[in-house]
Design a protein around this ligand. Sequence first.
Ligand SMILES: [Zn+2]
Length: 438
Amino acid sequence: MQKVDHIICGEYLLPMDEALSVIKDGAVAINGNKILEVGPSHEVCKRYFSDNLIKGEGKIVLPGLVNTHTHAAMVYFRGFADDLPLSEWLNNHIWPAENKWLSPQFISDAVELACLEMLKGGVTTYNDMYFFEDAAGEVSKKIGIRAVLGSGILDFPSVSAKSADEYLDNAERFVNNWKNDEIITPCIAPHAVYTCSPETLIKSKAMAEKLNVPLHIHLSETEWEVGETLKRYGKRPVEHLEGLGFLDKTVLAAHCIWVQDNEIELLAKRGVGVSHCIESNLKLASGFAPVAAMLAQGVKVSLGTDGAASNNDLNILSEMSTTAKLHKALSKNPTVLDARTVVLMATRWGAEVIGIGNKVGSIEKGKIADIIVINMSKPHLSPLYNAYSHIVYAAMASDVETVMVNGKIVVDETHLTTADEAEILHKAKKWSDKICGN
Ligand SMILES: [Zn+2]
């Protein structure tokens, strides 16, 4: 018998491995941050024991959820401006507020709240695009959530830089600061084809290649963007990026709503990962991404929340439910986006499209332990015939009971272990008072 740091058991264990197996009465043995063994409890517990054992009765165990597109700090603009057209929302509300309030301290306090919300809802990794990302990295590391952080790049000035070259310099410095970190992965994030010139996009791509880090971009989010790109470059957004040599498997493209068949083919051919952000798209009335068609063509589609100003939460379980249902209705086919596929999109595929699939995203021997436990002893989760079905169609963020990131328990019996939750909420209130001018 070998002593290990943790053993996590589940009445249902969903490793999200290649076979998409379901282990009834399963267990995972974890030492340090590594998964040593996965299998039926009676076998795992024959070989390993631990002082930290989570019993499996009434529990579903699965890999941590991955939020592949967000702007975490925007939680401080949650509910600040709603029910407006995208251009008015951005130009008259969000961008002026960002220019007035963003600072490293704002980012640090806001991202702390975002991390609390995400971890308590079972999200163990988030893929971010924003500014002052050093502050986001420090606080994410302190709270204990895994993150891929993209230093935002634009052609126009904001509080964080005055020119495209200054954003690029900031991004290079940021990547070098975090390159070898255990849970933070730096990335380069040119905002979109309508806010970055071809020259800025080419420079961003070259920098990502030189520094060997992923790229994160918004792509084909609105019909306006397609019209504008056609007007400026005579090509649709995906074709435009293809022409610049931008597209490959290191790219995560958020939204991809207004894409035609030839563009879907290009995304598939180049191995570009997509982040589908349905609740933000619905709220801003941006349109519907052709997810069923993308999946059919072999595009790897994952799930994102986008920023909390347009969602208004960072709840991947809710994205899963909305995604699964909406695409059935759109395609008039209830068999598309079945529950198992949607869990795959929110876990292993999520990790793969942001370049960390070799480390996390599934519960397999040798991988790093990012694991969540859902408590099924609730009226809305009883009885249980199919664990995948419950996760997608019935579970709520508040059903997440235990969260492990990098082998460390960061949410224990629904409470954050790494910081004071009341203090984080208090800081949010203080900032909102300031933003309202109270
Ligand atoms: Zn976004």
